[in-house]
Structures are given as structure tokens and as C-alpha cells.
Design a protein around this ligand. Structure first.
Ligand SMILES: Cc1ncc(COP(=O)(O)O)c(C=O)c1O
Length: 383
């Protein structure tokens, strides 16, 4: 059976050019970047080159980029590290109801530690209003953390506007850009972003590596104790091959982003026009405007995501549900709940996320599989 992969927001395939760049560091160049000899210095130079490649993408200084094990660690280091270093006694924090768990659960923990947390609502398309951020500010506000683009719906937040509100108020602004990085040219200095989280496996790099941009002069406390790696902020021997791969993936992204975005949007638009728009029993979650070009989230009325997902997988189509399966029970997505979806739409959500390896023929095939699965689960009822 021919399989179609439309789950690129979960993980992209590794670009062969990235693998080529990584190979020496998995084989002959095995030195530890902390070693003073030739082998160590080769590895150190490779890590520094990757740091420059990421920094170049963001138009920031290389020394302001810290490598982590991924997006989750970058989010944790930013939020917990900043607060521990600067506001250990507590304070008021602002985030939104649609953040990734790497941020939301961190905020829940901080709430338990006595921090005061405001979780802002979103509108029905999943966007936060910049004005709500302004209204939520208090004299005690010390940190705002808002994602650039949502991983379930692809909805893009008004980050530059929020950045200027944060800057004006003198509040540190953290942005989780794990999903946005692949499609939006992000400029932390222009958008008044103080800390920015990234990860590699959404941009055709390897898994297990990410980065945190930290504005020059900002202090954060390391999450773990140990060696002096990554400016004393991330102890432990660097994953050199993965870091090199991430650097190469970022460098390719910088050259190819526009073309990838155009190609992705063409497929997304085709999917919307052919499947979503003409079907009364399908609802777009989010909007076509203010959204990433690669992610589309829709619900099938009164259907169950898990049932549809399994049927689609059996037919060779890999997509994702907008819900997490916990302890055998499918919980509705906190993102779609925050957008106010009613019960009839909430449980039947599906996310498709296209990538540079997909073609319009994949989308045509996917639509035919989805229609046939819908036919089965809804018993031929298209209302
Ligand atoms: C928006 C967002 N933040 C954070 C993460 C976590 O990244 P990682 O899996 O690299 O820890 C993800 C992963 O999908 C994500 O989509």
C-alpha cells in the first residue's frame, strides 16, 4: 500500500542534505567539543558554525543562541530559568489558553509555587487579542509567554504587537516559535521578543535538538547543574551531530522558506476548496487568514477523531487528531475547547500538516480517503 504522510507538524522527514552534514559527526569526527585537542576543536567549530547558522536565520548574534534538547527544554529553560534568576519571590505571569503543554504545564507548576497566572482567552479563530494582553498587565507582571503559531490549528498570534506592549511595560516576552520557524521569517530584535524557543524536527532536521534565543543581557538560571557547556546554561556534552543537522536545516530553510510556504499554501488551499468548503458536515477550526500555510485543522460533525484516525491510517493516510489520548480516553483538545467549539464538533477534529515532500496528488488521494472514512463513520449522512 502506498502511504501518504500529512503529519509534518509532528515531525518532518530528515532532509538528505542535513543527513550528509551530520554523517561525519556520527562517524569520524567523534571528538568532544570540550576537549582541547584536534578532535575536540573540530567538534567545537562545528557546534559554533551551527550556532551561527541559527543566529543568521533570526538576525541575532550567535552568542545569544543556546542549544537545548528540543522545544520543551527551550520553553522550560526560558520560563523557569528567567523567573528563578530574576523573580524567585513570585510575580504575575501572562500566557494564553492555547499554548503547547511545554508552556501551559510549566505555568501550572509555577502557579503551584505561588506565582499569579493570567491565562488569556482566544477568539473563535484561536487568536489572542493584543489588547487583552495590555489589559492583563499589572505592576507585578514580570513575564509574558505567547506562542508564535499554534501547533494544532496553525493560527498565528499578533506577536509584534504584543512585543511592543511588553517592551513598553518593561515586561520580558517569551515566544514559543517551534511551529512558526519553518514558515515565518522571525526577527526577535524587530518584534521585541526577549526569549524564543525553536526545535529542529519541524524543519527537516533531526529530533532531540532545539535552541533558545536569549536577548543579550538577560540572565537565566540553568535547569541542570554540571559542566560549563552552552554558556553555563545547559550542562552536559553537546549532541554534536544533531546540532550540526539543526544548523544545516536552518540554513536550508533560510534559502527555501518562501518556496516551501508557497508550495504548502497551494496544497492547503486545494484541500480547503475541495474538501472543507463544500461539505456542510465539515468545519474549519481556525481561519485561512492569520494562519501558517502548512497546517489545517477541521472537524467532522458528530464524529470521533480516534475512530477516523485509525480508519485513515488503515487506508494509508497519516494525519493527527486535535486531541490527546490519555489513559485510553480521548480528551478533547484544550485548544479547540478554548476556541469555544460545541460538543458536536469538538471530538471529531483532524489536523493535516503538509510538507515539502508532499504533492497535490497526495492531497487528492488524502481527500478521497477522508471522504470514504467519513462516509463510513457518518453512514452516508453529509449534513
Ligand atoms: C508549539 C510547540 N512547542 C513545543 C513543542 C515541543 O517541542 P519538542 O518536542 O522538541 O520538545 C512542540 C512540539 O510539537 C510544539 O509544537
Amino acid at each position: 500500500m502506498e502511504r501518504i504522510y500529512l503529519d509534518n507538524a509532528a515531525a518532518t522527514p530528515l532532509d538528505s542534505r542535513v543527513l550528509d552534514a551530520m554523517m561525519p559527526y556520527l562517524t569520524t569526527q567523534y571528538g568532544n567539543p570540550s576537549s582541547l585537542h584536534y578532535y575536540g576543536q573540530q567538534a567545537r567549530a562545528a557546534v559554533q558554525q551551527a550556532r551561527s547558522q541559527i543566529a543568521h536565520c533570526l538576525d541575532v548574534a550567535a552568542q545569544d543562541v543556546i542549544f537545548t534538547s528540543g522545544g520543551t527544554e527551550a520553553d522550560n529553560l526560558a520560563i523557569l530559568g528567567y523567573l528563578q534568576a530574576n523573580h524567585p519571590e513570585g510575580g504575575h505571569l501572562i500566557t494564553t489558553a492555547v499554548e503547547h503543554d511545554a508552556v501551559l504545564r510549566t505555568f501550572q507548576r509555577l502557579q503551584g509555587l505561588g506565582y499569579d497566572v493570567t491565562i488569556l482567552p482566544v477568539d473563535e479563530s484561536g487568536r489572542v487579542r493584543a489588547d487583552d494582553v495590555r489589559q492583563a498587565l499589572r505592576p507585578q507582571t514580570v513575564l509574558i509567554s505567547i506562542m508564535y503559531a499554534n501547533n494544532e490549528t496553525g493560527m498565528v498570534q499578533p506577536i509584534a504587537e504584543i512585543g511592543s506592549i511588553a517592551k513598553e511595560a518593561g515586561v520580558v516576552f517569551h515566544v514559543d516559535a517551534v511551529q512558526a520557524f519553518g514558515y515565518i521569517p522571525i526577527q526577535p530584535l524587530q518584534e521585541s521578543i526577549d526569549m524564543l524557543s525553536l526545535c529542529s524536527h519541524k524543519i527537516y532536521g533531526p529530533k532531540g535538538v532545539g535552541a533558545l534565543y536569549l536577548r543579550h543581557g538577560l540572565t537565566v538560571t540553568a535547569a541542570s547543574c554540571g559542566g560549563p557547556q552552552e554558556h553555563h546554561l545547559r550542562a552536559g556534552t553537546e549532541n554534536v551531530a544533531a546540532i550540526v543537522g539543526f544548523g544545516m536545516a536552518a540554513s536550508l530553510l533560510e534559502k527555501e522558506r518562501k518556496g516551501r510556504a508557497r508550495q504548502a499554501y497551494g496544497m492547503k488551499r486545494f484541500f480547503y476548496d475541495r474538501l472543507i468548503s463544500p461539505n456542510p458536515c465539515i468545519r474549519l477550526n481556525g481561519s485561512m487568514a492569520h494562519a501558517l500555510p502548512n497546517i489545517i485543522n477541521f472537524s467532522v460533525r458528530s464524529a470521533d477523531s480516534a475512530v477516523m484516525l485509525i480508519a485513515m491510517d488503515a487506508a494509508g493516510l497519516a494525519v493527527s487528531a486535535g486531541s490527546a489520548c490519555e489513559a485510553g480516553a480521548v480528551e478533547p483538545s484544550h485548544v479547540l475547547c478554548a476556541m469555544g467549539l460545541s460538543d458536536e464538533w469538538l471530538r471529531g477534529s483532524i489536523r493535516i500538516s503538509v510538507g515539502k515532500e508532499n504533492t497535490t496528488a497526495d492531497i487528492e488521494q488524502a481527500i478521497s480517503i477522508i471522504l470514504s472514512v467519513m462516509d463510513t463513520v457518518r453512514g452516508g449522512n453529509y449534513e
